[in-house]
Design a protein around this ligand. Structure first.
Ligand code: CUA
Length: 334
């Protein structure tokens, strides 16, 4: 009996120490959405349960190893113990209630994160290897950055152009797969102004790790200003080069091609048009209309030296008009 009291006290002490230890190392990033509250609440109770179970296993184990160690000269068998009905009932019934309690808490938390605000702003999200594109249908805006207004629920209607991706902003806590052939929904109410990042959380190909995009939570005023600015740009984009820029966002080109000269998975577009391009077969070619067109329709025909061969870029089927617009845009990048 004395042992049980000592072990009981040690289990409680160990559980408390484990919980505060885990809590102090900051397992979670900042909480930046209304949906995160119930998820963090559930997570906290799970850490409490884990700390207790950890102590419940480790303390009796170590205590037994030390206190009931075989003494010198002790050669007989240990005491034979056969069954303990009340113990078996206890360790069946107590976990059953623990599991039921967590099932209820999980269902409650899921309900909270899915709570629908009828005034939610709709934003369309397109995922493809290896870029995110955000469309604000009300304003005709297409962007590679997701801007969200503070304290306003948004519903993301997400589609994939190729394989399964997953939309994940750790600070928002909620994660949702983006599956080809269907539209998945993601509801979020940002509660903290800041710059975050959406990461792709589903292994989707060679550049999966780089499939990121900026997520910016703005105050209502900053958000309105951004919308106005982008809407003006969208209106100005009726020119061929403007259309070309929209295409490059729409097809996700900018995930692999930079427009500032930096090297990504593919060659930069900065200063590309009209330049002399070294190919991996040792020849070189001027980046003119014909070369650009060929590189879009059949990326493997000529691979630029220093980049993966065969090319990792899939062929894109663009109309002649789209290609002309795109070339007009390329010409502006110098
Ligand atoms: Cu998209 Cu991983």
């Amino acid at each position: 009996m004395q042992h049980i009291v000592i072990v009981g006290i040690l289990v409680i002490v160990m559980a408390v120490l484990t919980y505060f230890g885990l809590d102090s190392i900051g397992l979670m990033p900042v909480e930046a959405s209304a949906q995160a509250v119930s998820i963090d609440w559930l997570w906290n109770w799970q850490v409490i349960a884990m700390s207790f179970l950890f102590a419940l296993i480790v303390v009796p184990l170590v205590y037994s190893l030390v206190v009931f160690r075989r003494k010198k000269g002790e050669t007989g068998d240990g005491e034979h113990i056969e069954g303990n009905t009340s113990l078996e009932i206890a360790w069946t019934v107590l976990p059953l209630f623990a599991v039921l309690a967590f099932a209820y808490m999980g269902a409650y938390s899921l309900g909270e994160t899915n709570r629908v605000d009828p005034d939610a702003i709709e934003i369309r999200v397109k995922a493809q290897q290896f870029a995110w594109t955000f469309e604000y249908p009300e304003y005709g805006i297409v962007s590679t950055e997701l801007h969200l207004p503070l304290n306003q629920q948004v519903v993301l209607k997400m589609e994939s152009a190729d394989v399964i991706h997953s939309f994940w902003v750790p600070e928002f806590r909620v994660k949702q797969d983006v599956v080809p052939g269907r539209v998945t929904e993601y509801r979020i109410t940002p509660t903290l102004v800041g710059d975050y990042k959406v990461r792709c959380a589903e292994l989707c190909g060679t550049s999966h790790a780089y499939m990121e995009a900026g997520v910016i939570v703005d105050t209502k005023g900053d958000y309105a200003a951004w919308i106005a600015e982008q809407a003006a740009i969208a209106a100005a984009s009726q020119t061929p080069e403007g259309q070309g820029q929209i295409l490059s966002v729409k097809y996700g080109c900018l995930g692999c091609h930079s427009i500032d000269g930096s090297k990504l998975t593919g060659p930069t577009w900065f200063g590309l048009y009209g330049s002399n391009v070294e190919l991996d077969n040792g020849t070189s070619v001027v980046a003119d209309d014909a070369f650009i067109k060929e590189s879009i329709l059949d990326p493997n025909a000529s691979v630029v030296a220093g980049f993966p061969s065969p090319s990792v870029m899939p062929p894109y089927t663009l109309t002649d008009e789209e290609i002309a617009n795109f070339i007009a845009y390329l010409k502006t990048l110098k």
